[in-house]
Design a protein around this ligand. Structure first.
Ligand SMILES: [Zn+2]
Length: 202
């Protein structure tokens, strides 16, 4: 029988996405067997990321600096802002190489029952960001790239309402995103099509 620390490790691993108790046990044993090669570097990587990574002050992407590399990149189009649910969606868009503007990561969707309202999602911060974008660029575009789930649609709708009155054009990812589909599960081609075929939100 495993002792306390090992039990804690297995329990923690089993809470990770895609790992149940059995795979957590297996992973823990593999790590112990390969202590020098796998376990110690993993432990170091975990503590470094925990210590240094935090949300970018401008867009909530993960970064070791105050502002992330995308916000700091002067070559990116500052007149386009793509709003995504999670950092994984931003990674999917970047991997597909279909967007050269800036991002805003919401960190989830509106879900009042789960305690995620407009304040928790930082909608005020987003509105301020868009205001400063519109002030600096004569034509700016906001692309709502939340999931095609009910929550994602509700969130997109709420954001579109909150941005009413600003001069930004608002569009939404369109064809190719299956209903109920989460962005980061789409292949690059589908994602590219969804971006290309984005439709204006009236
Ligand atoms: Zn950023």
């Amino acid at each position: 029988m495993a002792d306390d620390n090992l039990q804690i490790l297995i329990k923690r691993l089993s809470k990770l996405p895609g790992l149940g108790p059995r795979s957590a046990q297996r992973a823990a044993l593999v790590l112990i067997k390969n202590k020098e090669r796998d376990m110690l570097p993993l432990s170091k990587a975990l503590s470094e990321v925990a210590r240094y990574y935090k949300p970018c002050i401008q867009c909530n992407n993960l970064t070791e600096l105050e502002k992330c590399s995308i916000c700091n990149d002067l070559r990116r189009d500052e007149s386009k802002l793509c709003i995504v649910e999670d950092v994984s969606d931003l990674w999917a868009m970047e991997k597909a190489g279909i967007f050269q503007g800036k991002y805003y990561v919401l960190g989830g969707n509106l879900n009042i029952l789960d305690g995620r309202g407009p304040i928790e999602l930082g909608i005020n911060k987003l509105v301020d960001y868009v205001k400063s974008m519109c002030a600096a660029n004569s034509a700016c575009e906001i692309i709502l790239a939340t999931s095609a789930t009910v929550e994602g649609q509700t969130t997109a709708h709420y954001i579109a309402e909150s941005l009413q009155g600003l001069s930004a054009t608002i569009s939404r990812l369109a064809h190719g995103v299956p209903v109920g589909g989460e962005l980061n599960y789409l292949d690059d081609g589908t994602l590219a099509l969804a971006m290309k075929a984005r439709t204006p939100v009236s």
